[in-house]
Design a protein. Structure first.
Length: 141
């Protein structure tokens, strides 16, 4: 986080949002990486608080929008909020269903939703696994 705050963020502010060489570099993308780092460190509350201050509309890449949704889903399930996690998993399905299909973090988040959610949300989660063709992987893994 120190490196991001001291080096990447100031440089991103200078360049603004850009996609030179498909790098998707800029303030929004740097902030997304910061959220991911907080999640990897187990700091879900901090990650979600940081996420609340990020505008992702300038991001040109569908992949970055999908990753963003998956990170938010992961943060919410870590905070024991399966409803919010499901909302972001459905958003990720819209922007990049193939990422959900093959992403082990997405699978883990979906399993946690299935175990923690109320029946109505669980029904949506099972439907998502079926649409993605990963029902057996999720339910038996």
């Amino acid at each position: 986080m120190e490196w991001i705050n001291d080096r990447a963020a100031p440089l991103a502010e200078k360049t603004g949002e850009t996609n030179v060489g498909r790098t998707c570099f800029g303030p929004s993308n740097v902030a997304l990486h910061a959220v991911g780092i907080e999640l990897e460190d187990g700091q879900a509350a901090s990650a979600l608080a940081l996420a609340d201050r990020i505008d992702t509309s300038p991001l040109a890449s569908r992949e970055r929008h999908t990753t963003w949704s998956l990170d938010l889903a992961r943060g919410h399930i870590l905070r024991f909020d399966p409803g919010a996690a499901m909302l972001y998993l459905l958003q990720a399905e819209t922007t990049g269903s193939e990422d959900l299909r093959y992403n082990s973090d997405a699978h883990d988040t979906l399993r946690r939703v299935l175990h923690r959610a109320r029946p109505s949300i669980r029904t949506q989660a099972v439907g998502l696994t079926r649409r993605l063709g990963i029902e057996e992987v999720i339910l038996t893994g």
